[in-house]
Design a protein around this ligand. Structure first.
Ligand SMILES: [Zn+2]
Length: 483
């Protein structure tokens, strides 16, 4: 029986078998409803069934709660954690003084991404906000200036860097009974060029050790992920591959997210003394990160230019020049799923050519161009002998925002390197063990298992049962009591 009005609401999570879904946790304490993350999940098709699209958290629960949202705190700027926030305006779920809390880099990059979504969307997409809503939303940002404690409405919250991406953070929340609850967000414990791995709980101040976990990161808790190679080995293999292809006079296109992966790869190349070009919003977000270092885990980004060897692709004609001169080079570009932005131009020009190599580096949602490309080359590993079949139908959008299809033969080489910015399932288990040890062997009161496919969440729920009195798979619509 629910004996007070302090509750948790799982608004986010997957709604089909293949996707991870958006992150969005409602925390109602002392009559105030706050959200931790408010994202959009990727799905293979949008409402019209034409191209990959997104879906938000299930906010229908809010009608029954009968409250508007007081604050939203973001763990980091990735769309599955932030992109639904401007839609709260469209749904009239925000109040006049509702605040959006994030690290400075989170806030600066989110603003750009929300604008970008608005610019790129057509009426088919139904993103749920317009320009006025966007202006309201960006006016709500408050900066979490540095790691440590801050007051968010009536909640005392502690921000602790979590090693996932630039300025990403976990939150530790004090409950009315004095318990501590951890909202982990996405987290990684291995060092990436852009951000060092997170610290383990045994190194945290004793008073921060959580009694419960309200959200975690099950992104890689499905399939056979725990026997994966370590990140450093995958990075070394990627660098060796790039060097080999440069020696073969190839133009190598690294396909990466603009929000971390792209910048991290550029820094990996710089460390290996391989000059590279960066394109798309990797460029502007690089500068934003450079100016908004938040914690000791965030590595300083080198200035662009001769010294670092990291240079910007200036514009469309410069991009054409770099492709047409035929000289071996590395270009790091967006979008990571291959559906829009400069990658479409690289695909159109480079896929039919022998001197191009395409390297996707991120998790790929079903139905995206990049995943279709990988499936195609799995079926037809070489161009020779498969000339009639090694073709891809690229789905994209033209300048008039009409969905279009382009058919392109795939002569170029394609190879995936998964450079993960998430902990493995093994890391998650170690995190729990380390936390219990730090608590003197005392198991947690509760773990909500979240942010993965249904398969990953159920795997986590079973494996974590030894670490808590109560393990709850965090599926949409779950309501729990807080004391
Ligand atoms: Zn993320």
């Amino acid at each position: 029986m629910i004996s007070n009005n302090n509750r948790l609401y799982v608004f986010g999570g997957p709604r089909d078998q293949v996707s991870i879904g958006p992150n969005c946790l409602g925390v109602e304490i002392n009559n105030e409803l706050n959200l931790f993350d408010c994202g959009v999940g990727m799905t293979s098709v949008n409402k019209k069934g034409r191209r990959p699209g997104g879906y938000g958290p299930d906010m229908s629960l809010i009608k029954n709660i009968g409250k508007k949202i007081a604050n939203v705190a973001f763990t980091h700027f990735h769309t599955d954690h932030t992109a639904y926030a401007p839609t709260l305006e469209g749904l009239r779920l925000a109040k006049e003084n509702t605040a959006f809390w994030g690290t400075p880099v989170n806030n600066a990059i989110s603003k750009e991404m929300w604008m970008d979504t608005l610019n790129r969307s057509s009426e088919d997409d139904d993103i749920g906000y317009d320009y006025l809503d966007y202006c309201n939303a960006i006016g709500r940002f408050r900066a979490i200036e540095k790691p440590g404690q801050f007051q968010m409405g009536n909640l005392v919250v502690h921000a602790i860097p979590n090693g996932h991406t630039y300025g990403s953070t976990s939150f530790i929340i004090e409950t009315p009974s004095g318990h501590k609850a951890l909202v982990l967000g996405d987290a990684a414990w291995h060092n990436q060029a852009l951000v060092k791995g997170a610290t383990w709980p045994s190194t945290w101040p004793k008073e921060l050790l959580p009694d419960e976990i309200w959200s975690n990161d099950m992104t890689y808790a499905s399939g056979s992920s725990e026997d994966e190679k370590p990140y450093s080995q995958k990075r070394d293999e990627l660098i060796a591959y790039v060097k080999e292809k440069l020696a073969e006079d190839k133009i190598i296109i690294l396909i990466a997210a603009s929000t971390g992966k792209g910048q991290s790869l550029a820094m990996d190349m710089a460390k290996a003394e391989i000059p590279c070009w960066i394109d798309g919003s990797i460029r502007s977000f690089y500068q934003i990160m450079r100016q908004n270092r938040w914690s000791d885990l965030d590595e300083p980004l080198p200035p662009l230019g001769d010294e670092s060897g990291i240079r910007e692709v200036q514009n469309h004609s410069h991009r054409r020049e770099l492709m047409e001169d035929g000289l071996p080079k590395v270009i790091i570009t967006t979008s990571m799923m291959g559906n829009f932005g400069p990658i479409v131009e690289y695909f159109e020009y480079g896929l039919p050519r022998q001197n191009f190599v395409f390297v996707p580096t991120s998790w790929l949602a079903p139905g995206t161009n990049a995943l279709k490309l990988l499936k195609l080359i799995e079926k037809y590993p070489s161009w020779k002998g498969n000339e009639d079949n090694r073709k891809i139908v690229l789905r994209t959008r033209d300048e008039n925002k009409n969905d279009t299809k382009i058919v392109v033969p795939v002569v170029a080489e394609v190879k995936r390197f998964g450079m993960s910015s998430h902990g493995t399932f093994g890391d998650s288990l170690y995190f729990m063990k380390d936390l219990i040890d730090a608590r003197g062997g005392k198991v947690l009161d509760r773990i909500l298992v979240s942010h993965g496919t249904y398969e990953a969440i159920s795997r986590g729920a079973m494996a974590f049962s030894e670490f808590a009195k109560n393990v709850v798979p965090a599926v949409r619509g779950t309501i729990l009591e807080v004391d």
